[in-house]
Design a protein around this ligand. Sequence first.
Ligand code: RP5
Length: 165
Amino acid sequence: MSVAVILGSKSDLDVVRGAFDTLKEFGVPYVAHVFSAHRTPEEAVDFAKNARSSGVDVIICAAGMAAHLGGVIAAHTTLPVIGIPVPSAPFNALDSLLATVQMPPGVPVGAVTCGKAGGKNAALYAIEMIAIKDAALAQKLADFRRDQRTKVLDSDAELAAELAK
Ligand code: RP5
């Protein structure tokens, strides 16, 4: 197992689906759990303390509102922790973004963008970390970037063709 994805609530699932899809696409094994920093603090801390010895390389935490999940997990492990700020009313991710990104010095949490794009980017970021020491995975990332580039260039050509009509 390489990546652990922790949701602060099952209500965060929509945001995290992109992370699951991307990890599957790259063939990176992952585990997923719902652990809340405030509703199940013991379980969250236990998981963080045991993550390294159970084979986890990177932890992704998705949380909304006062999103302290990433910080609490990071406080109990030296594995890299990536936080996905989940949008929720009434502040629409401004609250969770600040809670994720504003970690006091000494215990970092890497923040990706808010919401569904953050789910995908968190997975890609975790894959890039694992690919530092995995040439086959690094090649998959290069292929992914190449395919992404091709799609944009195809769109550019399609747009030009439409405008030329
Ligand atoms: C956070 O509070 C969760 O990550 C979720 O985004 C938010 C609301 O949780 P629920 O009331 O929907 O369970 O802990």
